[in-house]
Design a protein around this ligand. Structure first.
Ligand code: 5GP
Ligand code: ZN
Length: 111
């Protein structure tokens, strides 16, 4: 728990969110500013800043997230496919410095 991290506050329940899934490793909620009809954020409960801070001990967590993504997409009705985005660092467009995967779908065209 990092006191100045918005996603840690959401995980702790001190800031509300529109949650769609939760387990012992992750929480999943709707992006507050959706860029597509379905726009979820898959967030590890552990405060990891970004992909750049991952360590070998996170391997199982990251595999869990990867395998969860298609399940979540299906639950959201994205039968034909979905987009995942991970922004890393300021130059990579990251604005919340708690690792998260964007899961988007419904209007994706090309890259
Ligand atoms: P980043 O650019 O860091 O990959 O994306 C951060 C995302 O978090 C943005 O899409 C932004 O809309 C979302 N976001 C920021 N603050 C909140 C919040 O308080 N609640 C929710 N649900 N999403 C947030
Ligand atoms: Zn955090």
């Amino acid at each position: 728990m990092h006191a100045d991290c918005i996603f840690c506050k959401i995980i702790a329940g001190t800031i509300p969110c529109d949650q769609v899934y939760s387990d012992e490793l992750v929480i999943v909620f709707k992006d507050i500013q959706p860029r597509s009809p379905v726009h979820l954020l898959v967030v590890p409960r552990e405060h990891i800043i970004s992909l750049s801070e991952l360590e070998p001990r996170h391997d199982a967590l990251m595999a869990h997230i990867m395998r969860l993504l298609p399940t979540l997409a299906k639950q959201q009705g994205l039968e034909d496919g979905f987009r995942t985005v991970i922004n890393t660092g300021p130059a990579g467009g990251q604005v919340v410095f708690h690792l998260h995967v964007h899961l988007m779908g419904g209007n994706i065209r090309g890259i």
